[in-house]
Design a binder for this molecule. Structure first.
Ligand SMILES: NC(=O)c1ccc[n+]([C@@H]2O[C@H](COP(=O)([O-])OP(=O)(O)OC[C@H]3O[C@@H](n4cnc5c(N)ncnc54)[C@H](OP(=O)(O)O)[C@@H]3O)[C@@H](O)[C@H]2O)c1
Length: 312
C-alpha cells in the first residue's frame, strides 16, 4: 500500500485526551493528512492549526473520504461506527482505541512490537490498553519461563480515566493521592491474559500526576535464572524495536517516558536467596505509547510506511 505518499485520516472522538494527542501526531506526520475530526461538543468550532472545523460525531461521518479511520471513543460506543464503516468504507484501515474489539479475533491486536507481521497486513486493528501494553512489554520476553501467573502492579496518571468526570480524574480527589481500584478482574487483566494465552494478575492505582504509567511485574520462574541471562532475553526481544528502550539496571521511572512516544523496560531484579523470583519494570506514557503513538505506529506498519515515520 506504500506506493502512495499521502493518506487521509478521519478521527472520530477528537476532543478526548487521546484524540488531542492524535490530532497533534497526525498534524506532524509527513504522510498523513487530517480529512476530518469529529466531536459532538466541539462541532462547528475550529480544529487548531488544521484549517477546518470539527464535525459532529455520528456514524454517518465515517462515509467521508478517508483511507484510515481512527475511533477514539469510550468503550461500548464504537459499534454503530464500525457497522457504518463495513457498509460504506469497507476497505479503510480502521484503528479502534477502545476495548470493544480486543476480544474479537476478526481484529488484529495492535501490540506493535509483538504482533508486527499481522499488523502489516491488517485492515482492522484493535489498539491495546495502556496498562495492557506495559504488561505485555514487561512479561512477553519471559512468560514462557513462568511457573505461575505473574503479578503486576501499576500506577497511572489520571488522564487514563478520560475526560468524563469521575473520582478517578477529579483533581480534588487524586491530587497528592494514590487510589487503588479494580484490584481483581480489571479489564486489562483479562485482555493481557487472553493475548498472552496464560493468566496474569493485575492491580491498578490512579496517581495524582496527569500522565504516565509505571508498572512492576513480579514473576516466579520454574528454574533459577541469572541477571545476565534475564537481561539477554530482553535485549534479544527488543533489539531493533525503535520504541522500546531496555535498561537492565534502570532506574525505570515516569520522568523518562512522560510525553515521549516510547516505553522503557528494565530495572530487572533477581532474588539472590531464591533466583527463581524475578521482577521487571515498564514505564510508558498512557496517552502516547499506551494509546495515540502506538496507534500511529500501527498505521505506519499497516500502510507500509516507515515504522517511525512522524514519531521519531
Ligand atoms: N486515556 C488513556 O490513557 C487511554 C489509553 C489507552 C486507550 N484509551 C482508550 O481510548 C479511548 C478514548 O480515550 P480518552 O481518554 O481520549 O477518552 P475521553 O477523553 O473521555 O474522550 C472520549 C471522546 O469520545 C467522544 N464521545 C464520548 N462519548 C461519545 C459517544 N457516546 N458517542 C460519540 N462520541 C463520544 C468525546 O467527545 P464529545 O463528547 O465531544 O463527542 C471525546 O472526543 C477510550 O476507549 C479509552 O479507553 C485511553
Amino acid at each position: 500500500m506504500a506506493e502512495r505518499s499521502c493518506f487521509n485520516v478521519g478521527l472520530v472522538g477528537a476532543r478526548g485526551f487521546v484524540g488531542k494527542e492524535l490530532l497533534r501526531l497526525i498534524g506532524a506526520h509527513p504522510s498523513l493528512e487530517l480529512a476530518y475530526a469529529s466531536s459532538r461538543s466541539l462541532a462547528g468550532k475550529p480544529v487548531e492549526g488544521a484549517g477546518m472545523t470539527y464535525i459532529d460525531s455520528e456514524p454517518g461521518v465515517v462515509g467521508r473520504d478517508a483511507d484510515v479511520i481512527i475511533l477514539a471513543l469510550p468503550n461500548n460506543a464504537s459499534g454503530p461506527y464500525v457497522e457504518a464503516i463495513e457498509r460504506v468504507r469497507p476497505d479503510a484501515l480502521v484503528i479502534d482505541l477502545s476495548a470493544d474489539r480486543r476480544f474479537d479475533d476478526r481484529w488484529v491486536y495492535g501490540l506493535s512490537e509483538h504482533n508486527t507481521e499481522a499488523i502489516r497486513s491488517a485492515r482492522r486493528v484493535s489498539n491495546p490498553g495502556c496498562y495492557a501494553t506495559a504488561m505485555h512489554l514487561a512479561l512477553r520476553p519471559i512468560i514462557d519461563l513462568c511457573a505461575c501467573p505473574p503479578h503486576c502492579f501499576g500506577v497511572s496518571g489520571y488522564s487514563g480515566a478520560g475526560t468524563s468526570p469521575s473520582d478517578k480524574n477529579d483533581p480534588e480527589i487524586v491530587s497528592g493521592n494514590i487510589l487503588p481500584y479494580a484490584i481483581t478482574g480489571h479489564l486489562h487483566e483479562r485482555e493481557v491474559s487472553r493475548h498472552l494465552g496464560t493468566p496474569v494478575r493485575f492491580a491498578p492505582s490512579v496517581g495524582g500526576h496527569f500522565r504516565g504509567i509505571v508498572l512492576t511485574a513480579l514473576c516466579e520462574l520454574r528454574d533459577p535464572v541469572s541477571p545476565g541471562d534475564l537481561a539477554a532475553r530482553y535485549e534479544r526481544a527488543y533489539a531493533g524495536c525503535p520504541f522500546v528502550r531496555f535498561d537492565a539496571p534502570g532506574p525505570i521511572d515516569l520522568r523518562g517516558v512522560a510525553e515521549t512516544n516510547g516505553a522503557c523496560v528494565g530495572a530487572i531484579s533477581v532474588d539472590m536467596d531464591d533466583p527463581r523470583r524475578v521482577g521487571v519494570v515498564c514505564s510508558l506514557d498512557n496517552l502516547l505509547k499506551g494509546a495515540a503513538s502506538q496507534a500511529v505506529q500501527n498505521i505506519n506498519l499497516a500502510l507500509g510506511l516507515g515504522e517511525t515515520e512522524g514519531l521519531a
